[in-house]
Design a protein around this ligand. Structure first.
Ligand code: NDP
Length: 306
């Protein structure tokens, strides 16, 4: 059975940064990329706020840069999914793609977070046929059409402005009378003429036919119902941390994020560290995830030296 000193699970900014630091510290890290190599940033367009890229950079390019940087120092980055993890005793055991088992002296969990859905029947029915949680991945299909984005946070504003650049009209369905997004993002929305914000509206259901989404039934705070004609329905209502692998083993907070000892990446299990969005309900920024990947690798190095 293969044995590794440092196993890293997840390939977003946190995982790759952990791999850069761990490989430079001679921990010979092995990183499994998971179902979505590169993580959430590969579903975004331009990243403008990561220091060091004054002209912005495509999310996919930045993730590829991080991956190559880790590989340059010897990190073993593998395409594969850790399908089970046993953290009861050391060495820890990981099953890869439901078949191979490897053991590890330490594990860095950097599995990130996934998009939330509203849980409506139509949303389920038309997923991939007009319903999407990633405007930058799927917006292209709705060029020149009318679409809607649900949510009032930074993601919703970002997705709405992106969609407005390719679609005819974008409705923002916001359940409150205000946006939660940062002032800069709100200004962008306000300055985009083909975005219409539908304040205090909730979606009753997504409507469609055999070709996909045709509309959405909305209800406003005063109980009035109306239908909007759209071909794309984009969710931007937040994320859920990906913790299925460690549930019941590693301590989670009430929202399901991995709990770490303040100021560190250490979890309740010695030798298991967490980095990135899987432990961060607040900031959820690439730079923060990258920094926490660095912290996890340094904590891991100290642990392995003991
Ligand atoms: P947020 O949690 O900030 O916002 C979620 C939005 O979805 C809120 O407006 C919320 O409404 C709404 N919502 C949640 N559940 C429902 C529901 N069931 N029905 C209708 N609306 C719902 O998530 P984001 O993904 O926007 O942002 C997460 C973090 O990432 C934030 O810290 C954000 O600042 C950051 N971010 C930063 C970016 C940047 O700087 N470029 C880009 C994207 C994200 P309500 O307000 O009523 O709760």
């Amino acid at each position: 059975m293969e044995h590794v000193k440092c196993l890293i699970i997840g390939s977003g900014p946190a995982g790759y940064t952990a791999a850069i630091y761990a490989s430079r510290a001679n921990l010979s890290p092995v990183l499994y990329e998971g179902i979505e190599p590169g993580g959430q940033l590969t579903t975004t367009t331009e990243v403008e706020n990561f220091p060091g890229y004054p002209d912005g950079v495509l999310g996919t390019v930045m993730m590829d840069d991080m991956k190559r940087q880790a590989q340059k120092f010897g990190a073993d980055i593998r395409f594969g999914v850790v399908s089970a993890l046993e953290l009861g005793e050391r060495p820890f055991k990981a099953t890869i793609d439901g078949t191979t088992t490897i053991t590890a002296d330490s594990v860095i969990i950097a599995t990130g977070a996934t998009a939330k859905y509203l849980g409506l029947p139509g949303e389920q029915k038309f997923r991939g046929m007009g319903v999407s949680a990633c405007a930058t991945c799927d917006g292209f299909f709705y060029r020149g059409k009318d679409v809607a984005v649900v949510g009032g946070g930074d993601t919703a504003c970002e997705e709405a402005t992106y969609l407005a650049s390719i679609c005819r009209k974008v409705y923002m369905i916001v359940r409150k009378p205000y946006l939660r997004a940062s002032e800069a993002m709100q200004t962008r929305v306000r300055n985009t003429p083909n975005i219409e914000v539908l304040w205090e509206h909730n979606t009753v259901d997504v409507l469609g036919d055999e070709d996909g989404v045709t509309g959405a039934l909305l209800r406003s705070a005063d109980g009035t119902e109306r239908t909007i004609d759209i071909m794309g329905f984009f969710l931007a209502i937040g994320h859920t941390p990906v913790t299925d692998l460690v549930k019941g083993q590693v301590e989670l907070d009430e929202q399901g994020y991995i709990k770490t000892i303040p100021g560190t990446s250490r979890t309740n299990i010695e030798g298991v560290f967490a980095a990135g969005d899987v432990r961060d309900p607040h900031y959820r920024q690439a730079i923060v995830a990258a920094a926490s990947g660095c912290i996890a690798a340094l904590d891991c190095e100290r642990f392995l030296l003991k």
